[in-house]
Ligand binder design. Structure first.
Ligand SMILES: [Zn+2]
Length: 165
């Protein structure tokens, strides 16, 4: 049986990843209104305390080459309890595009109630000839992908669980 919150395979009576208890009911547990409310509330409580930031890089010209001037962080995921499955957040800032198909590594900082996890995640640069925006897409459960591009066309990273360390 899988955890109703984060889909992790349960080995005991409590999920090792998110702490949600195993619930046994006759019939489909997911459809039971009491269980539904409990799952919703538990999820909301976890997600309220989580913010996801992405590292960005500013370059400046030094003579005739570009050098890294500073790094920054942008919040790409906040209030995730309000994001439905398959919906995206979009951070309102444009980024210069890179060569399509180029492998990229994104650095994320996932802050969960004061504890921060750094995670690197890769993707291929999207083939989109305008500025890019960045965001987070809900894959259901506690799984997310990072999206890069525009609201209609974007590249996605592999899916990751927001609770993993
Ligand atoms: Zn769980």
């Amino acid at each position: 049986m899988k955890c109703l919150i984060c889909n992790k395979e349960l080995t005991g009576n409590v999920c090792e990843r998110c702490g949600f208890p195993k619930i046994s009911v006759v019939g489909g547990a997911e459809d039971d209104p009491v269980v539904k409310t409990a799952v919703h509330d538990y999820k909301e409580n976890i997600l309220k305390k989580i913010t996801v930031e992405m590292e960005t890089y500013q370059y400046k010209e030094d003579g005739n080459k570009l050098v890294l001037a500073q790094t920054d962080r942008i919040p790409i995921g906040k209030q995730l309890q309000n994001l439905d499955k398959d919906q995206c957040t979009w951070f309102q800032e444009d980024f210069a595009r890179m060569e399509a198909g180029e492998p990229m590594t994104l650095t994320l900082f996932i802050n969960n109630d004061g504890r921060e996890v750094r995670r690197e995640i890769s993707l291929k640069a999207p083939d989109i000839r305008s500025f890019w925006k960045a965001g987070l897409k809900s894959q259901g459960g506690m799984d997310y992908t990072v999206v890069l591009g525009t609201a209609d066309r974007y590249a996605e990273t592999e899916s990751f669980c927001i609770l993993d360390k």
